[in-house]
Design a protein around this ligand. Sequence first.
Ligand SMILES: [Zn+2]
Length: 428
Amino acid sequence: MKITAVGGYKAVGRNMSGVSIADETIALDNGIRLDTLQIYDEDTNQLKKRPIQELVDMDIITQPNRLDNVKAQVVSHGHLDHFGAIPLHQPKTPIISTPYTTELIKSEYRQGNYRPLDYRQEHELGRNFTVELIEITHSIPYASIVVLHTPEGDVVYASDFRLDNHSLIARPDYKRLRQLGKGHVKVLIIESTRVQELGKTPSESVVRKKLKDVVEFIENGLIVSTTFSSHVERIQSIVDEIEKKDRTPVIMGRSLSKNISLAKKFDLIDLPAETRVCSSAKASRNMLEEIGKGRREDYFLIVTGHQGEPDSVLSRMIDGRLPFRFQKGDSLIFCANVIPTPLNEASRYILETKLRQYGVRVFDGIHVSGHSAREDHRYMINLLKPEHVIPCHGNMMMRGSYVELATGEGYELGESVHLLTNGKTIDI
Ligand SMILES: [Zn+2]
C-alpha cells in the first residue's frame, strides 16, 4: 500500500492524507490552514468566491487532485482544519463521517454525496477498503478514529484525539481499539500536535472544577465568558455553573448559535428554558440594550471572540461597536487558551489592555487541550501495536518528538516509524 502525505506534514493545519492500494485511494480529511485564513480574515462563504488556485497560493488549502483515483473522502471530525477545504474543493466522491460531522460539513456544502456512518458500523469502499469509525474523545462531539480494513491489514488514522475518561458526551472505545491491537494494524497515522507535552492531557472534568471555583468566587457585576464555538461540552459546563448562580444565560454570536442548534438536534446539550440565544447582530444588540437597562448581576454571557478576533461579539463589545460598556467589577472568563500565532497573541494583548482600562477582572486559563500529550500517545501506540507509524498534524518539531517517543517504544526511524513531508508518498 501507499501512504501519501498531502497536508499537515509541514505546519499545523490543512490536514489530509491518502491511502492507496492498486488503483483505489481513500482520502483522509481535507482541512484548511486556520492561521493563514485568519490573516485574510475571511469566512468560508467569502472564500468560495475566490479561484481555487488563489486559495492554494494563499496557503489556505492544498492543491486539489493531489490524490489519484479517490474512491471516498473520510472525515475524522468537524473541525475546519480537518474538513474546511471540502466546501471549496467540492469533491464528487462519497463523503463519510459520523452523522454529527456530516451535518457540520453539510452546513457549508449542501450538494455533497454524504454517507453518514455510526460508530463501529462498517462500510465497504471499492475492492480493497472497508471503513469503520471508532468513538474517541476530543474537543468537539462525535469525533472518530478512522479505520480502513484492507487485505494487507488495518490502517488506523487517529487525528485528533485525547483520552478523556470523564467526558459527559463521549467515551474512548478502548474495547474496540484493543481488539484492533490484537489483530494486524499495518499503519497508524497519528496526530503529533502536543506530543512534546509531558504527562497526560487532563479531562474536561478538570475544566468543570476550575470553572466552578472561579464562578463561585465572583459575587457581583456582569459575568462574560468566551470559548470555542464547537466545544459543546465546554458550553454545557459553563451553562451548568450559570444555573447555580441564578443568572440568565445569554449566548451571543453566529457560530455559537449554529453549533448549539446542531447540538440540540443530537441531544448533546441541555439549556435552561430561560436561556437567550442571540444568533444575529440585531438580536445581540437588543439583548445588550436590555442588559444595560437591567441589573448586571442577573446575567451571564457566553460570547464568541476568545482569540480576540476583530469581528467577534467580544471585540465589538469592548470597542463600543455594540450598545454596551464594560464597567469596573465586571468579570471576563477565558475558557480557551490563546492559540499561539503572532496574530492571536497580538489580538489578545490588545483585548486585555482595553479590559484593564475598564477595570474588568480577567480569569484566564479555564481550559484543557483537546489533543493528546506524551503519555496518551505512549498508551495508544502500545494499545494498537502498529507495524508502522506515521506522525501527522504537526510541524517538524512535533513530528520529530513523536519519532523520539516511538523509538523509545522499539520503533526504528525509516524502518517502522516514518517522517513524511507534504507531497511525499511512501510504499509500505
Ligand atoms: Zn480537531
